[in-house]
Ligand binder design. Sequence first.
Ligand code: SF4
Length: 348
Amino acid sequence: MSRVRAISLFSGGLDSILATRLVMEQGIEVTAVKFVTPFFGYDILRDVETYRQETRRKYGIDVTVVDISDDYLQMLRNPPHGFGKYFNPCIDCKIFMLGRARAMLEEYRASFLITGEVLGQRPMSQRRDTLNVIERDSATRSLLLRPLSAKLMKETEAELKGLIDREQLLDFSGRGRSRQIALAREFGITDFPTPAGGCILADPILSERISRVYSGTFPVTHENINVADIQLMLIGRQFLLPQGGWLILGRDEKENQRIGELQEEGDVRLFIEERPGPVALLRRSAELYSDERARHRDIDAAMGLIVRYAKKTEGKPVGGRVIVVAGQIRRDAYREPLEDDVYQAWLI
Ligand code: SF4
């Protein structure tokens, strides 16, 4: 008889680890799928192999990493079930990911899906009625098993068909973590992540920046935003310049380097060489301005910011030569630092 297979939605949080292991305990072959977007898990893409090895070493789980960024950005435009406290569309996020996982069943010859959801654990997305909506709208009702709370729910197809033994599944509910921690110990898992989510869409400050794009109050719109734009929104000092430009300014060497990596054609890069200082990008400068004079005014403002944030002399910002690179053209000019009261209102 061929082995039973399942796909687990693997967030990397303790619940998804335990749900995956609980099903594996029954001899079922589980493919753990870690979906990533610029809002969660994206750094994994820098070194997928190390992440896979670590997950295997710490939790005994084989994980497959899938980048769903482009479609996820589209989903954010108009999530039918709305947003949580911040810009977090948790219900539609889950529906979206389950839909993607469902589409993978055939390729992985898997019979059902697993999540680490626990009944009543989260206020919005893990109430019983919400769990029903998620199943319904992702068309996974008969396919979706939540092993940690299975005994509190109706039997799923996998249980009815005898693919998995319901008796060995659990009845966790509520916000307490003690049963999860005890189960982790039983599995020999000691090095597990803390409950904090790590999703940027649920972060009060960063999600506010992202929401600007989708509310039309940002120079880049949700119609043409790309993954690199989102990554730029999450680092450095951010300015909306008086003529409508978007400037990202590095706060340290690491951010300067990252800003350089994310540069695209059409961006203007500014920096200073005579003393330590920020690298800045005037993003999408080639397309955001219809008027060349407006573009030059913003570049001028950006030059003043570069010297303002470069290393001070005797505790004070001083002038310096700023290098401006636009496409193949490189020029430099001396600028005085901007006064704080001039640019404070540009900060976002
Ligand atoms: S917190 Fe973020 S990753 Fe988690 S369900 Fe909500 S939107 Fe999705």
